[in-house]
Design a protein around this ligand. Sequence first.
Ligand SMILES: [Zn+2]
Length: 86
Amino acid sequence: MVTCASNKKMFPSESIAEEALISAWTAYDYTGKNGPVGVYLCDICGSYHLTSKGPTNKRLADFIASGELRRNAEASRWLDKLKKRK
Ligand SMILES: [Zn+2]
């Protein structure tokens, strides 16, 4: 598998990287200071990576502003609880 010199996870397109960014925010309780906030096209490998620097990605910002993040995070916490109970 091709890897990038930056050692970051590679995404083949901007929209896939954005999906991953949003999933990461759903899975982890980022406070807005410690999580990735955007995606960028890498000059080294030509793939997209997540970054914690720069402006917040538009799709992520909308996802947070609409309250969808909170709802999805809540749902995934419940799923975890249900899984643990088994
Ligand atoms: Zn790269």
